[in-house]
Ligand binder design. Structure first.
Ligand code: ZN
Ligand code: ZN
Length: 174
């Protein structure tokens, strides 16, 4: 499985036997990412290398992650591509992740899970604000109309405490 096109697990052992202490990889992987209203829309692409510098292993990769979500303002479905790169040392003990300065990649039990690395990166790099367009006007808070398609007939929102008073004045005018 380790060399299959869709395999996401690397064993560091493969690297120790590799020519030039270097393994190059390119994969298309379904990571199953689905968090915080964002879900994967197509398999992610990852290409990179693992290099052994006399026992210090460096992980380098470029990732393209395809996702779907909804616009924060108007709730329209949107598709996005998130691109990021990772250049980080590999630690074999997850506890060392906290100690290490900066980004690290964990290879627990000498195994590296590319899907997990991608999901970790997505959480890190996904923008907090996701909009269909920078100029999206969003929805009317009163009637829910999409304000990108034109103004709705709502007046400015009225304070509910003043609403009763208004009716009172209307009635007394009759
Ligand atoms: Zn929008
Ligand atoms: Zn409205």
């Amino acid at each position: 499985m380790a060399h299959g096109a869709g395999a996401s697990i690397f064993f560091l052992e493969e690297l120790y036997h590799a020519k030039d202490q270097r393994l190059v990889f390119e994969r298309e992987l379904a990571t199953g990412f689905c968090e915080d209203g964002v879900s994967e829309s197509a398999p992610a692409r990852i290409s990179g290398s693992l290099t052994d510098y006399s026992g210090e292993i460096q992980f380098r990769a470029a990732v393209r992650f395809f996702y779907q979500t909804v616009c924060d303002r108007c709730l329209k479905p949107i598709e996005g591509v998130l691109e990021f790169s990772i250049d980080a040392p590999v630690v074999t003990d997850p506890a060392k992740r906290e100690e290490a300065e900066g980004e690290t990649v964990v290879a627990e039990n000498e195994a590296l899970d590319l899907c997990e690395i991608i999901r970790y990166g997505v959480r890190e790099y996904l923008p907090a604000k996701r909009v269909c367009s920078m100029t999206c006007k969003g929805l009317c808070p009163t009637c829910g109309a999409d304000l990108n398609e034109g103004k709705c007939s709502c007046k400015k929102p009225v304070d509910p405490r003043l609403e009763g008073l208004k009716e009172f004045f209307n009635e007394s005018n009759d």
